[in-house]
Write a protein that binds this ligand. Structure first.
Ligand SMILES: O=C(O)CCC(=O)C(=O)O
Length: 226
């Protein structure tokens, strides 16, 4: 592999990996996610964090060899998996996620998240949006109003985002987007009347100290010897 992932990631704050998962693998994970959400009786919240605790299928996904190769190029050899959540935007979930960085939720060392499409993600059904290079701006104050009850306690006001700097990232199911925790990102509303589901797994550099994270109950180090 070339070092293009690392160079692009350092410059833009994200990289896209095409076809990380096959259609079959996507199908299996989506079925398994449906089972977990039913078992846990998670209904309309739109996000469920405990996928790796609930099912070994998601731990296996977190250590996908092609993904680990890219993560090691970006993070270094000592990669630690922290958690994987499902973002299930169903037919009736038409709101997009507001603009934010992930860093204010976690603090500590920088984290790297992998957003994997379990349905094709297009402009009309909620693809991810990013401000390329915004990870270089540092930790931005999040003053947005979260009183709409749609989660994302840390969010920016829409007016703080320069629309000329935003790009949409439509991807096919099975494609993945690795992004830095300071990258400004959001998602479009889902106006398709159909599912738009994604998995988001999060990793860190194991050489960096962090406070204990109670959300990382299924954390494990990815082998550092390769
Ligand atoms: O899939 C989405 O709608 C975006 C989710 C997101 O940005 C997040 O959970 O940090």
């Amino acid at each position: 592999m070339t070092n293009s992932y690392k160079e692009n990631f350092n410059r833009e704050g994200y990289v896209v990996i095409k076809s990380l998962l096959s259609e079959h693998e996507v199908h299996i994970l989506k079925d398994e996610a449906v089972k977990v959400l039913n078992d846990k009786q998670v209904n309309n919240e739109g996000v469920y964090l405990g996928m790796a605790v609930a099912s070994p299928a998601f731990k296996k996904f977190a250590a996908n060899p092609k993904l680990v190769t890219a993560l090691k190029e970006i993070i270094g050899n000592d990669v630690v998996f922290l958690s994987v959540k499902i973002v299930f935007k169903n037919a009736g979930t038409d709101f997009g996620s507001p603009w934010h960085q992930d860093y204010p939720y976690w603090e500590g060392s920088h984290k790297y998240s992998v957003w994997v499409a379990l349905d094709d993600a297009r402009l009309d059904n909620g693809c991810l949006r990013v401000v390329p290079g915004s990870h270089l701006l540092g930790d931005i104050r999040h003053n947005g109003d979260a009183s709409d009850g749609l989660g994302f306690g840390n969010r920016l006001n829409e007016e703080e985002i320069d629309p000329t700097k935003v790009i949409d990232l439509p991807v096919a199911k099975g494609d993945a987007i690795i992004f830095h925790d300071l990258l400004l990102h959001a998602s479009r509303p889902n106006q398709s009347g159909k599912d738009r589901w994604a998995l988001i797994s999060t990793y860190k550099d194991g050489t960096q100290e962090d406070p204990p994270y109670n959300w990382a109950k299924a954390a494990f180090p990815i082998s550092s010897s390769e």
